[in-house]
Design a protein around this ligand. Structure first.
Ligand SMILES: Cc1cc2nc3c(=O)[nH]c(=O)nc-3n(C[C@H](O)[C@H](O)[C@H](O)COP(=O)(O)O)c2cc1C
Length: 176
């Protein structure tokens, strides 16, 4: 779809409004396989993934946090990114790279996506968002819930990144 990877990266923006159209099975297949090819510390593959396409479950996940997760209610699907801290001390890095692969693969297929943070966020004063999501999806306590990537055909147009306005001052060469 994009003529080069840089063009894809430039066009990718977080999409929070989705059409009701379902995502074709072959596209979901690629979105689920891409993170399985992501780099992991010591090749530990410390992640696991849950594809959610059930509307009732998506509506429940949408209330995982008081703010920031509501967009899941109208997503066509979502991928919950889990990590096993016993398999790797770099579980957060492994899971985060996998989540980025999901987002970039989705963009390449013409789909919108948005990262919904779950780790270290509250559900309410009694429960973490992570505990809440574990309960909704019957995820074992041994797995950490890092994030949920919302997916769907885009219902909003977002301006691509302006390469003339990138924070290039963050780049240092040789010495800081
Ligand atoms: C670690 C992380 C956590 C994020 N958490 C949320 C979230 O909970 N809800 C949300 O709507 N967007 C979330 N986002 C998306 C960011 O708000 C978004 O990437 C950022 O504003 C830059 O915009 P862009 O993705 O369109 O370039 C998160 C992104 C990252 C990388």
């Amino acid at each position: 779809m994009y003529e080069c990877f840089f063009e894809l990266v430039k066009q990718r923006r977080s999409i929070r409004k989705f059409l009701s159209e379902q995502i074709d099975d072959n596209k979901i297949g690629m979105i689920l396989k891409a993170p399985l090819m992501a780099p992991t510390s010591k090749n530990s593959r410390s992640w696991e993934f849950v594809e959610v396409n059930d509307k009732t479950l998506l509506a429940q996940l949408a209330i995982a946090r008081p703010q920031g997760s509501g967009l899941l209610a109208h997503a066509a699907a979502a991928i919950v990114v889990l990590a096993d801290p016993v398999k790797s001390d770099a579980w957060l890095e492994d899971a985060s790279i996998a989540a980025a692969f999901i987002q970039l693969q989705s963009e390449d297929l013409g789909l919108g996506s948005c990262w919904v943070q779950i780790a270290r966020r509250p559900h309410d004063e009694l429960q973490s968002a992570e505990q809440f999501v574990r309960g909704v999806l019957t995820i074992p306590d041994t797995l950490n819930v890092v994030c949920i990537i919302a997916l769907g055909y885009k219902e909003e147009e977002r301006r691509p990144h302006d390469t003339d306005k990138l924070p290039v001052e963050k780049i240092h060469v040789n010495r800081y």
